[in-house]
Design a protein around this ligand. Structure first.
Ligand SMILES: C[S@@+](CC[C@H](N)C(=O)[O-])C[C@H]1O[C@@H](n2cnc3c(N)ncnc32)[C@H](O)[C@@H]1O
Length: 281
């Protein structure tokens, strides 16, 4: 009940909400709350990352996997990857599942935009360079994969013995790079994937200068992917947007592979029992 009230208060941009979140974040350093509490109160610095990793780990667990893979496309200075490591370590302990993390990046910052679809009015070559050696020293267990995703994604699928992919953070900025990164869904070895994958798209909600839209950037890449694929779809996570005005909640999508051997496996035992028990009360 207390968490429900806290959840409601934190679900806004009011000063009270910001103060409470700040307090929870700092108290967490001493008390180490459950990740679920941090999730429900939007209290971590990257609630979008926390949400996707937490629920990907939970889905993997329900499907009886021992490990799950998390990918970040577009690492830059590594703030996202470092956050991922810290939250994944906690989620891993709580849910009792091993979490692997892979970060893909050119290393040299953005290349030149190919055409208007890469939004050159907002992105330019050389932006967001990585200090590779510095970042490598800070990372504990994530693997950095340096090079163009166009080639590196194929290499990854072919050469890495990774756990099934459960969440992907898409932050490559360009339409062209995002489209190429979708090759990650191409392997015929379905053991490489959960049947449903949590996705975050950074460049889908922005400002009046960014003007993200269905005809360029990440949104166009998603639209084309859905057009080309009959049994694999990328669709916005609807259950988050009805309950919040937090920006990140409009940037979470689900990948569905209707032909995955685990797609129809029932995973709702506990929750459905509660629903049915309530109906019969
Ligand atoms: C906005 S930054 C990522 C920021 C990071 N996700 C964070 O939250 O701190 C975008 C990154 O995408 C990378 N990138 C863009 N196109 C790429 C491509 N085709 N292959 C690999 N990396 C690419 C760039 O090198 C750049 O560092």
């Amino acid at each position: 009940m207390f968490l429900k009230i806290l959840e409601k208060i934190c679900d806004s941009k009011t000063l009270t909400s910001l103060i409470i979140k700040f307090l929870i974040r700092n108290l967490d350093k001493i008390f180490q709350f459950k990740v679920y509490t941090l999730l429900k109160t939007n209290a971590t610095l990257r609630p979008n990352y926390t949400y996707c990793v937490y629920y990907a780990a939970l889905l993997a667990k329900r499907l009886k996997h021992k490990s799950v893979s998390i990918i970040e496309f577009g690492v830059a200075t590594g703030k996202g990857l470092l956050f991922l490591e810290s939250i994944a370590e906690r989620i891993s302990k709580e849910i009792k599942i091993n979490i692997e993390i892979y970060g893909f990046d050119l290393g040299s910052g953005l290349s030149a935009p190919k055409d208007y679809k890469d939004l050159p009015y907002w992105f330019q070559s050389g932006f967001y360079k990585m200090n590779k050696n510095n970042l490598k020293k800070k990372l504990k267990f994530s693997k950095l994969i340096i090079g163009d995703v166009n080639k590196k994604v194929n290499d990854f699928l072919k050469n890495y013995k990774h756990a099934p992919i459960g969440a992907i953070f898409n932050d490559l900025d360009y339409y062209s790079s995002t489209t190429n990164s979708f090759k990650i869904f191409n392997s015929s070895n379905l053991k490489k994937y959960l049947p449903r994958i949590f996705l975050y798209f950074d460049d889908t909600v922005g400002t009046e200068l960014e003007m993200y839209n269905d005809f360029s950037g990440e949104l166009l890449a998603i639209k084309e992917f859905n057009f080309k694929n009959k049994n694999k779809k990328i669709t916005q996570n609807q259950n988050l947007i009805s309950t919040s005005n937090e920006k990140w909640r409009y940037q979470i999508y689900f990948f569905h592979n209707f032909k995955h051997y685990d797609y129809n496996k029932f995973i709702g035992h506990k929750e459905q029992k509660n629903i049915i028990d309530n109906m019969n009360k």
